[in-house]
Write a protein that binds this ligand. Structure first.
Ligand SMILES: NC(=O)C1=CN([C@@H]2O[C@H](COP(=O)(O)OP(=O)(O)OC[C@H]3O[C@@H](n4cnc5c(N)ncnc54)[C@H](OP(=O)(O)O)[C@@H]3O)[C@@H](O)[C@H]2O)C=CC1
Ligand SMILES: CC(=O)N[C@@H](CCC(=O)OP(=O)(O)O)C(=O)O
Length: 347
């Protein structure tokens, strides 16, 4: 702590989620940003790379090495998967709480990680300590943790869309299909063939069909909630927009429901969870853009006997940076909404 404020560091602050973390945290009343790091751009000012911060956050970018010598309360890792784990391992003796935005500690074991990320894990101990950072599901565990695995963007939208039904034991085995669409910032700051303007503009496509790594992340969390081994069919799609995720989840239920009972199940489950809003009509991505909200519309289709749950989040916020700040608030014992009450940006 310094001047009654918690000290934090953001590693990988030149990327999309790192800069969103900086935006949220430089206005957070209980923290002070001590270090923001970049290996490629160390020495430059943060506002040189992100001009929207000019005069607001003109702090110098430093190498992540400075974090090793610094006593911070919280370290955010906004690094690619496969890179984060090296830092968690290197800093395992530090007292700082670590919130990792990558997928490196979200799964149940190094074996599952290797199957879906095609990479050997370098810090197996991390799996024992890491807590899956979905505040609506695991707030009590998060409060006591020192390593938080912040959920992926597609998993956040997908898990929240059906969590109430899994928790109530109402999902028919093998019936879940999730069709999800993401804006381009989900792919990170580095451009490639897929993200080339002419391949994205006025275009729309599925990718990672049958093999996307978020499939297993969603399955594992549903399995915990439903207390059984869950399989889902998950297909991500790339939308020609900057930010936002919309997931449409389909499931059969073990007994017949109706719209009223479905609404009650969702409203009861999310009571006291300030950032999940249960909607009466299908939400649009712009209804949550720039905010920490997840909007969900649960619909009972009487004709087919299926639930369709449509959920939307901002991938960079509820799907990454604001979720990480929510986790930080829980770990530090702060009011959970602190610094997270931005109203969605429309149009
Ligand atoms: N974008 C999204 O919507 C979401 C992203 N995530 C996850 O969050 C993490 C960050 O994502 P995002 O911000 O999009 O990623 P970006 O690709 O935009 O940024 C990652 C940053 O990491 C730094 N970096 C890369 N390699 C190394 C390295 N070897 N050592 C140190 N720093 C390195 C880079 O900074 P520099 O070169 O300046 O050092 C870069 O700016 C990823 O794991 C991603 O999967 C999770 C949910 C949603
Ligand atoms: C549009 C897009 O490319 N999205 C990314 C997911 C971003 C994310 O949440 O990734 P992590 O689980 O690695 O943190 C993808 O499909 O790989």
């Amino acid at each position: 702590m310094e001047n009654d404020k918690y000290t934090i560091g953001i590693v990988g602050a030149t990327g999309f989620t790192g800069s969103e973390l900086a935006r949220l945290l430089c206005q957070h009343e209980n923290v002070t940003i001590k270090h923001i790091t970049s290996e490629t751009h160390k020495g430059k000012l943060f506002s040189d790379l992100h001009p929207q911060f000019l005069g607001i956050l003109d702090q110098k970018l430093e190498s992540a090495d400075v974090i090793g010598d610094s006593e911070l309360d919280v370290i955010f890792l906004a690094l690619p998967h496969g890179v984060s784990m090296d830092f968690v391992k290197k800093w395992k003796h530090k007292k700082s709480k670590i919130i990792d935005l990558s997928g490196d500690f979200r799964l149940s074991s190094p074996e599952v990680y290797k199957d879906w990320y095609q990479k050997d894990h370098v810090f197996v101990e991390g799996f024992e300590n890491a807590v899956y950072g979905q505040p609506e599901l695991f707030a009590e565990q998060i409060k006591k943790s020192s390593l938080v695995a912040n959920p992926g963007c597609y998993p956040t939208a997908s898990i929240l869309s059906l969590a109430p039904l899994f928790a109530a034991g109402l999902i028919e085995e093998g019936s879940v299909i999730i069709d999800a669409k993401s804006g381009l910032t989900g792919a990170g700051v580095k451009a490639n063939d897929t993200t080339h303007f002419s391949n994205v503009n006025e275009n729309f496509k599925a990718y990672g069909v049958g093999v996307h790594r978020h499939t297993v992340e969603i399955e594992e969390q549903f399995s915990i909630l439903g207390k059984s081994n869950v399989q889902v069919q998950f297909t991500p799609h790339l939308l020609p927009i900057d930010r936002g995720i919309l997931a449409t989840s389909y499931a059969k239920t073990t007994r017949k429901l109706d719209q009223e009972s479905l609404n009650s199940i969702y409203n009861d489950f999310y009571e006291g969870k300030p950032f999940v809003r249960i909607r009466k009509i299908a939400p649009a991505i712009k209804d949550v853009r720039g905010s920490h909200y997840c909007d969900i519309f649960p619909f009972w289709d009487e004709r087919t006997g299926r639930v369709i749950a449509i959920s939307t989040i901002d991938n960079l916020l509820k799907g990454a940076a604001s979720q990480a700040v929510h986790n930080m608030n829980l770990i530090l014992g702060l009011e959970e909404k602190t610094g997270l009450e931005q109203i969605p940006l429309r149009p």
